[in-house]
Design a binder for this molecule. Structure first.
Ligand SMILES: [Zn+2]
Ligand SMILES: [Zn+2]
Length: 478
């Protein structure tokens, strides 16, 4: 079987793959609560002939599907968690929640998981038909949103046997991933004080809510004295109640601290902790600091990503119909704020290169491959793929599953997640990843080169997880 035949076999399995994506779209579950989604994925893996192992790293919704034996050991990363508050009817250009306040697949992880599984299936069919040595493992990675499931899995050695890993993400453009991402820590600060009558005996009270407010003000002043790429955001998750006539004895604030490299996050985290302790001292309260999760910055691997880029360019892009483009245009019309999805990438190109890309824009879907980006830049976001990229050479790509300008984490992304454009694009992504893995099987010297590149980028130091050993994955909110 060559690549073309592998793609044909993948096309034949499209109904199983699309059915899986839609079934997961139907049961949106948030981080570490994805029991139905994980069960659906495990069932599909078994149907496609993989040997399933559940409960990876002690996480009930983390699992793998394995096929084959020997080297190379290929990891394909999949996700399936949803977001709270984004319930939305499918294939509608009007905001219509299915369940008021319900969950929705606003980051397209239903597509991500199904597309990655298609890739793993293609690689399996290739190994099976050629009789070549090699192992393909699909990883069901839970809790990407606010949970960094892969970072816990990496900490516990789940990816240690891999020679390389591949994944993708639905987006509104099609691009190989040549940019790093921000490392982050998520930390909860819980203040405890003393309640009292806010009018009759305020002198007897010690306000935990005051402590939260003072901590946040302290952090606002810290912003001036960190490097510009550092991001510190927070959510007050517990205000201590809704009675202004009570001095609040309890209040909590959840922080997300980000920086281009893990040691800078660590340093910022220590300074934020000092501010929290200062706020407690000022208010006569006590603070409890709980480390929730962390993820490492993404380490780009040019060697492996160049193969992804080449496969993106040689694999046929989906053919979109007039009706599909009409729907995408209606979604664009519904966007409350218009943005140019190409702008961040075009900034990294010469004027001449950028002009050529602009000329390719012919409709509401950016259904073309963006040329290789030559820039040493950092995306202002984080991904738990970062931790995997420290363990083995890792490459990622995006595929234009959404109309241009669709923001991730929006109702428009949910709406498009069950549509036919998304279906076609997830299969395209699956083929590109399968094609890349096949190239690696046929060129083992490229795997060695990718590993050498990773070792150099990490200064020949081993991966150290930013998550302390005793921290367990936690479902936040609700
Ligand atoms: Zn997301
Ligand atoms: Zn996502």
């Amino acid at each position: 079987m060559d690549k073309k035949e592998v793609y044909r076999v993948m096309d034949e399995a499209a109904d199983v793959i699309w059915g899986l994506s839609d079934a997961i779209w139907e049961v949106p579950e948030t981080a570490f609560r994805e029991t139905k989604s994980a069960a659906l994925q495990c069932e599909a893996l078994k149907k496609l002939g993989f040997e399933v192992t559940e409960n990876l790293a002690g996480i009930p919704t983390a699992f793998s599907g394995r096929w084959g034996s020997g080297k190379p050991v290929i990891g394909i990363l999949g996700e399936f968690d949803a977001l709270a508050g984004l319930s939305q009817k499918a294939c509608s250009a009007v905001k219509e929640p299915l369940i008021a306040g319900g969950n929705g697949h606003g980051c397209g992880h239903n597509l991500l998981g199904a597309g990655s599984m298609a890739a793993a299936y293609g690689i399996k069919q290739y190994l099976e038909s050629t009789g070549k040595e090699g192992t393909v493992i699909y990883f069901g990675c839970p809790g990407e949103e606010g949970g960094s499931g892969k970072a816990f899995m990496a900490r516990d050695g789940v990816f240690a046997e891999l020679d390389f890993a591949l994944t993708w993400h639905p987006m509104d453009y099609t691009c190989a991933w040549y940019e790093s991402s921000l490392a982050n820590y998520q930390v909860n600060y819980k203040f405890k004080g003393i309640s009292s009558h806010a009018a009759a005996a305020p002198h007897l009270g010690r306000s935990a809510l005051d402590a939260v407010e003072l901590m946040n003000i302290g952090v606002q002043f810290l912003r001036e004295h960190v490097i510009p790429e550092v991001r510190m955001h927070y959510a007050i998750t517990n205000t201590g109640g809704f009675s202004p006539n009570v001095v609040q004895s309890e209040a909590e604030v959840l922080y997300l601290i980000r920086a281009p490299k893990t040691p800078i996050v660590q340093e910022t985290y220590e300074r934020v902790n000092d501010i929290a302790r200062g706020a407690a001292l000022m208010t006569g309260t006590q603070v409890e600091i709980s480390f929730i999760k962390a993820c490492s910055n993404f380490v780009v691997n040019d060697t492996l990503t160049d193969w992804v880029q080449a496969n993106m360019e040689e694999t046929s892009l989906p053919q979109l119909t007039g009706d599909e483009l009409k729907f995408a245009a209606a979604i664009q019309d519904s966007l409350e704020k218009k943005s140019d999805p190409l702008a961040p990438m075009l900034r990294l190109m010469t004027n001449e290169e950028a002009k050529k890309v602009r000329e390719k824009v012919t409709g509401p879907v950016l259904n073309f491959v963006i040329p290789r980006i030559h820039a040493n830049s950092v995306l202002p976001g984080s991904t738990d793929v970062g931790d995997v990229s420290w363990v083995c050479p890792t490459a990622q790509m995006t595929a234009a599953a959404w109309a241009a300008g669709t923001p991730a984490h929006s109702w428009q992304a949910v709406s498009q997640g069950k549509g036919s454009i998304a279906h076609k694009e997830l299969l395209y992504a699956g083929k590109v990843l399968a094609g890349t893995a096949i190239d690696m099987i046929e060129h083992p010297e490229q795997i060695a080169k990718a590993k050498e590149e990773l070792a150099e980028r990490l200064d020949h130091k081993p991966f150290v997880s930013p998550i302390p050993k005793e921290v367990k994955p936690k479902a936040i909110g609700m």
